[in-house]
Design a protein around this ligand. Structure first.
Ligand code: SF4
Length: 201
């Protein structure tokens, strides 16, 4: 029997490797879903369904759900708009605070988050927030750098046929990701044209 740990999960694909690695370390994780940041609501529900199906059918891990306080997300993180650092810090704090409240209520002593696997997250900011909240709640944060395992998480989630979203969750991240994809497309096109002109010169 491992050490009980409440693992905040942002989505199914990002849960694969943290769950495996934490179990290998001797933890006995329960997944905690608290993501009022995911917009629109249908997308939130879809990601939760994907996570639940994998948790039940493949990973055999319990899932508990926290409050989905969308109004609090709008009052808090959303007011920072395109200021990504402040918006994401507030977003991590909102979600992880609820995870810590649940950990206390359910009798867990250790807390971690799957946000630590994604190279798209603000790793140090997220860990600072988790550590401060755990201190305030008398819990032990389990901070690990899962980012080297992101390619494996991508590979395994594809193999399992899991839905993989192309933005973090909020409407700002959807716009930012679309802009990044468009810039990358433009850069590739410009590079091709430059190579064609050089070839023809
Ligand atoms: S980009 Fe992700 S972490 Fe940052 S505010 Fe949006 S949903 Fe939250």
């Amino acid at each position: 029997m491992g050490v009980p740990l409440l693992l905040h999960a942002c989505c199914g694909p990002c849960s694969l490797e943290p769950l495996r690695l934490l179990r290998a370390e001797g933890f006995d994780p329960t997944i905690c879903w608290v993501n009022p940041n995911i917009q629109p609501a249908e997308e939130h529900d879809h990601r939760l369904r994907v996570l639940r199906a994998w948790a039940e059918d493949v990973a055999h891990v319990p899932v508990v759900e926290g409050a989905c306080d969308r109004a609090a997300w709008e009052r808090g993180p959303a007011r920072f708009g395109t200021d990504r650092l402040r918006r994401c810090r507030a977003c991590y704090a909102l979600r992880l605070a609820e995870a810590c409240r649940m950990a206390e209520r359910l009798g867990f002593s250790h807390v971690a988050t799957t946000l630590a696997v994604s190279p798209y997250q603000l790793f140090d900011t997220c860990n600072d927030v988790l550590e401060a909240l755990c201190r305030a709640h008398g819990l032990t944060p389990v901070v690990r750098d899962f980012r080297p395992y992101y390619p494996e998480a991508t590979r395994r989630s594809r193999e399992l046929g899991m839905y993989r979203q192309n933005y973090c969750g909020c409407r700002f991240s959807a716009a930012e990701a679309a802009l990044e994809r468009a810039s990358a497309r433009d850069a590739r096109k410009a590079a091709k044209e430059a190579a064609r002109s050089a070839g023809g010169a």
